[in-house]
Ligand binder design. Structure first.
Ligand SMILES: NC(=O)c1ccc[n+]([C@@H]2O[C@H](COP(=O)([O-])OP(=O)(O)OC[C@H]3O[C@@H](n4cnc5c(N)ncnc54)[C@H](OP(=O)(O)O)[C@@H]3O)[C@@H](O)[C@H]2O)c1
Length: 224
């Protein structure tokens, strides 16, 4: 879906599977995307991958994570949980006053089908604690597989959006729509424990049914 409100969005760890999937969807929608990486060379290579996938001119660049976070108005984090804390501490100063979308799921191998929340309650609660009150931390896309994002096809799943305040959840719901999905306001940051926890259940369901990308859909609500 194309946007009438282009935003500058940094995707930190955007060289990975989920980050590239989001970059693909949002660049296609007309947002200005900055892929962040520990090395700008890797970020630039990911930019080329996304451009090739899209096959038409889009606004996308690649930078080191700190430069990407500094330049953007919205910052998205897509790194494995084992590097979550370290990444948050390293970009804390660059994201003050911004909207921060945390896609991280606190998976702790090898038991990734078991919900294992950090002592703070969830990855998002941990992010809020580290980044401070001046950053609006919102959870989204935890239950959407990268295979679905990169397929370019319509995705038969909904996105639960929790955390921040009503306005920041509304902004994220618009970005979810631009990525071709329906976002649903799932309430305050305490509820991110459920959003993040669902991913372990979906990974278990994938294993049971031999599929790659099971998802959730909320029933009984009006749809556009
Ligand atoms: N994959 C999915 O389908 C999916 C779905 C929903 C949610 N998620 C969540 O999204 C997050 C990313 O998943 P992913 O599958 O995209 O992960 P990934 O491809 O394995 O890694 C993403 C990026 O993390 C960065 N990274 C690796 N080691 C790092 C370190 N020591 N410090 C900082 N950054 C490091 C790398 O970027 P550079 O090397 O370029 O720095 C890498 O490209 C995870 O928390 C995951 O649970 C994933």
């Amino acid at each position: 879906m194309s946007t009438d409100n282009p935003r500058t969005i940094a995707i930190l760890g955007g060289t990975g599977k989920e980050g590239k999937g989001l970059a693909f969807r949002w660049a296609l929608a007309g947002h200005k995307i900055i892929i962040g990486s520990r090395t700008s060379e890797k970020a630039l290579a990911a930019v080329e991958d996304v451009k090739t996938l899209i096959g038409k001119p889009v606004t996308i660049s690649g930078k080191d994570n700190n430069s990407a976070a500094k330049e953007a108005e919205i910052v998205v984090l897509t790194v494995p949980y084992s590097f979550h804390k370290e990444m948050l501490e390293s970009i804390k100063n660059d994201v003050q006053g911004k909207l921060f979308i945390d896609v991280t799921v606190p998976l702790i191998p090898p038991k990734v089908t078991r919900v294992q929340m950090p002592p703070e309650g969830s990855a998002c609660l941990q992010a809020q604690l580290i980044l401070g009150e001046n950053v609006r931390v919102v959870a989204a896309f935890q239950n959407i597989s990268y295979e679905n994002l990169l397929s370019g096809k319509k995705i038969d799943c909904d996105v639960l959006v929790a955390g921040g305040d009503k306005d920041s959840r509304g902004q994220v719901i618009s970005l979810v729509r631009d990525a071709g999905l329906m976002g649903i306001d799932a309430g305050p940051i305490e509820n991110t424990v459920v959003v993040e926890g669902l991913t372990s259940i979906l990974i278990g369901i994938n294993k049971q049914f031999g599929v790659e990308a099971s998802g959730i859909r909320i029933t009984g609500i009006p749809r556009e």
